[in-house]
Ligand binder design. Structure first.
Ligand SMILES: Cc1cc2nc3c(=O)[nH]c(=O)nc-3n(C[C@H](O)[C@H](O)[C@H](O)COP(=O)(O)O)c2cc1C
Length: 335
């Protein structure tokens, strides 16, 4: 692990949550093998009111498996009482903060006025925050987009967010309708700098140190960043943004090889050998292949693996035949 010594000028970098990818096993092994991340978020919980979910979901916030100081449990809900209950439960487990997901763009979520679907209804958000005010056991941050149908929606959202003592406000600078397509609304995000009461965290399309330098200049050296797909593709991205990475490409590839091997073993064990572990690994690979010299070749090898033997032989081939490049993720490319 190459954890950074924080100095005041370097960025504070969070890893965004990815349902099905950045589970507790990923987060723990990432800390152990790579590091450079200041805070991790669990993929969102839903239906927490009737929470009797299986072991897998509970392990996401089990304090024996998670570092409660640097992990933030996330909830997707439009029910204030459920959020209150979630915060209470997280407090008992030792967490310091929860995060409210107002960014999920998928129509089946958004059409029910949840996730980014709530952003077109600042009055509903205001009334939920009103109910939460004074009733939350621990602090709460929000992760949102600039709006659902239009980035102008943020004009009404900003005073609502500013009226509540949020721990932080993370903005993925897209609108919900975009899903993950098109570009980020850079100039709309710039308008928010210095106008939020909570710490403002930028999220969206930081895929390389070059992207970071570009946004950092545009955002006047913003302090807080959340990165996602760029780090799934290049696990060393946060260390590189902090200028803490001294590894050469062969050393990086070797660390990633060990990390991916251990991640697969632990997921397999946790799934009692079930092939769902293979599906999860493939999802992560769909990002990671971009760091290899020939992403398309790497992806073809991994994608066609249908059982454990085929998967392990594909992984061996990728690591032994292809060089590590460490950049090149393209967000609009679908395989
Ligand atoms: C497959 C997938 C799953 C995601 N799951 C979550 C989630 O559970 N909670 C959340 O707040 N965001 C989720 N996100 C959004 C990411 O955390 C992040 O905000 C988004 O990818 C934009 O950042 P990036 O451009 O740095 O990747 C997900 C995104 C993808 C593609």
């Amino acid at each position: 692990m190459m954890e950074s010594v924080i100095n005041s000028t370097e960025p504070i970098i969070y890893l965004g949550p990815f349902q099905g990818i950045t589970d507790v096993f990923y987060r723990n092994l990432f800390r152990q093998y790579v590091g450079g991340i200041d805070k991790y978020y669990t993929p969102f919980f839903t239906g927490f009111v009737n929470f009797s979910a299986g072991r897998a979901r509970v392990s996401e916030i089990d304090p024996d498996l998670n570092d409660v100081e640097t992990t933030v449990p996330q909830i997707l809900s439009k029910d204030a009482d459920e959020i209150i209950h979630f915060a209470e439960r997280c407090k008992v487990l030792g967490y310091k903060e929860i995060n409210w997901n107002l960014g999920c763009p998928y129509p089946r979520v958004a059409n029910k006025k949840r996730g980014s679907g709530l952003l077109s209804h600042p009055d509903v958000i205001e009334s939920i925050l009103g109910r939460l005010d004074g009733n939350l056991a621990i602090g709460m941050g929000v992760k949102c987009r600039l709006g659902y149908l239009s980035a102008d929606e943020f004009d009404k959202l900003l005073p609502v967010f500013n009226s509540f003592p949020l721990t932080e406000l993370t903005v993925h600078a897209r609108i919900g309708k975009q899903l993950y397509k098109g570009s980020v609304y850079e100039s709309d995000f710039i308008q928010l700098i210095g106008k939020t009461n909570a710490n403002l965290v930028y999220n969206g399309d930081v895929f390389s140190v070059r992207d970071y330098n570009h946004f950092n200049e545009a955002f006047h050296s913003l302090k807080y960043w959340m990165i996602g797909r760029g780090l799934l593709a290049n696990p060393f991205l946060a260390l590189e943004m902090k200028d803490h990475c001294i590894l050469n490409n062969d050393e990086k590839k070797e660390i990633v090889r060990k990390f991916m091997h251990e991640l697969f073993q632990i997921r397999l064990k946790n799934a009692n050998g079930n092939l769902s572990a293979l599906g999860r690994m493939k999802e992560l690979w769909s990002y990671l292949v971009w760091s290899f010299g020939s992403p398309l070749i790497a992806w073809r090898l991994i994608r066609k693996a249908r059982n454990l033997e085929e998967y392990e032989s594909a992984v061996n081939e990728v690591f032994s035949e292809l060089g590590w490049k460490g950049f090149g993720f393209e967000s609009d490319r679908s395989w």
